[in-house]
Design a protein around this ligand. Structure first.
Ligand code: ADP
Ligand code: ASP
Ligand code: MG
Length: 416
């Protein structure tokens, strides 16, 4: 049996007829070079999904979730069929398929469905005929024949899930940058470029706003130890970045001498909520966060200020999309617990430094805070993990904070 490689092409990579033809060429060259069977996953062309959202907003601001999924999943149907046709033009036999045909079974939660399992029998039968399955990313099906979508940018997750289910050798994510960089090259001009990155580092960066990979795709790759490569559709001969479990000579037990910080991410999709004048009693935090959780609102950073005269203040952050819902809920809670008032601030962002090497290098946080202070950037909240330091700052300072941290840790010199 030949090895299988899964290749995923993002929206810009299939953004025009010329780009789709270029993708067909990449597929042909991969088969020649790797002597492999190929499974291709595509996103919708260019800004199609955004345009569908815009169209929807002219009809309704609160779409029925199943209809939202039906509408948004249509973009990928166009690109799968066009790419299959382009494959014929280069002498290959493409076979387009939607999520349900590819056997991508998901939970029934529309708009953010999770992949439960993949029945690869149809894909395998197509492969055994010497054809190339071209699968619509971002979509699947749930019980009762419902079409579901996986959340925006979910095609990366479709690709990795298929790679795992098919026992593929690797999953290549072709995009519009040539590698994972030390930060978003759209924000910082002199970024370094990473040849290798660990799943843990990549998962942090992706979850913290580096949109180059969908965080759930990295999570699946890590759980199943699936090698992933991020590479450019414009320079397909470049190897890009390999995302792996351990980096030779730099695994979990051998990290000395490595850069403490390897990447910086900016997440603009945050909002801060505060509840003031909260009675400092047992059970209050449970009451507030239990009630928010029961409404499906996830909380990120939480800070409780030291109480004075039995009165405390709690600040926390939520996803920007949940901000208004969280504020409405928090006002109800404030009345129930006799808190004084609530504040919603949408003009904040989260900037984070990530690196597996910071585990046992003291002073990383201090260096980051000093660099921000030197630029007069005020930090509102801080949170850390073993391999990450995040600060909430004003939205207006976000990009400067990224550049400042990037400079402080000399990330422009990173080449490995
Ligand atoms: P696709 O449509 O191919 O899925 P995305 O727009 O989702 O592409 O992701 C690619 C974009 O991710 C790049 O254009 C870049 O601006 C952004 N990005 C953010 N952080 C990083 C990073 N650390 N390295 C590379 N790209 C990044
Ligand atoms: N087309 C979808 C989106 O724009 C999924 C993807 O591109 O991964 O979010
Ligand atoms: Mg993407």
């Amino acid at each position: 049996m030949k090895k299988i490689i899964v290749q995923k092409f993002g929206g810009t990579s299939v953004g025009s007829p010329e780009r789709i033809k270029a993708v067909a060429d990449i597929c042909k060259k991969t088969i020649q070079r790797e002597a492999c069977e190929l499974v291709v996953v595509v996103s919708a062309m260019g800004h199609t999904t955004d345009e569908l959202c815009e169209l929807m907003s002219q009809i309704t601001q609160s779409p029925v979730p199943r209809e939202y999924d039906m509408l948004l999943s249509s973009g990928e149907q166009v690109s799968t069929s066009l790419l299959s046709m382009a494959l014929s033009s280069v002498g290959l036999d493409g076979h387009s398929m939607l999520g349900w045909q590819a056997g991508i079974k998901t939970s029934g939660v529309h708009r953010k469905a999770k992949i439960e399992n993949v029945d690869t029998s149809y894909i395998s039968s197509i492969l055994s005929k010497g054809k190339i399955p071209v699968v619509a990313g971002f979509q699947g099906y749930a019980e009762n024949k419902e079409v579901t979508t996986l959340g925006r940018s979910g095609s990366d997750t479709s690709a990795v899930a298929l790679a795992v289910a098919l026992g593929a050798e690797r999953c290549d994510i072709y995009t519009d940058v040539d590698a994972v960089h030390t930060t978003d090259p759209r924000i910082v001009k002199n970024t370094g470029s990473l040849k290798l990155i660990t799943y843990d580092e990549m998962l942090e960066l992706a979850s913290l706003g580096a949109r180059v990979l969908h965080p759930r795709s990295v999570e699946i790759a890590r759980n199943y130890n699936m090698p992933m490569r991020v590479r450019s559709s414009w320079k397909p001969e470049n190897e890009g970045t390999l995302v792996v479990k351990n980096i030779d000579g730099r695994n979990e037990t051998m990290i000395e001498g490595q850069k403490s910080v390897r990447g910086v991410a900016l997440d603009k999709k945050h909002a801060r909520l505060s509840i003031l004048g909260v009675p400092d009693e047992p059970g209050i935090a449970y009451k507030i966060f239990g009630q928010l959780a029961s409404k499906g609102i996830s909380i990120d950073i939480i800070i409780q200020c030291a109480s004075q005269d039995g009165i405390a203040e709690l600040d926390f952050t939520v996803d920007l999309d949940d901000a208004d819902k969280a504020q409405t809920e928090l006002e109800k809670i404030a009345k129930e617990i006799n808190a004084q008032s609530t504040i919603l601030d949408k003009s904040i962002v989260k900037v984070s430094a990530v690196g597996a090497g910071m585990i046992d290098q003291p002073g990383v946080a201090a260096k980051m805070f000093k660099a921000l202070a030197d630029k007069k950037i005020n930090i509102h909240m801080i949170s850390t993990s073993e391999i990450r330091i995040s600060c909430i700052v004003d939205e207006k300072d976000g990009e400067l904070a990224v550049q400042t941290i990037h400079d402080a840790f000399n990330l422009d010199t990173v080449t490995e």
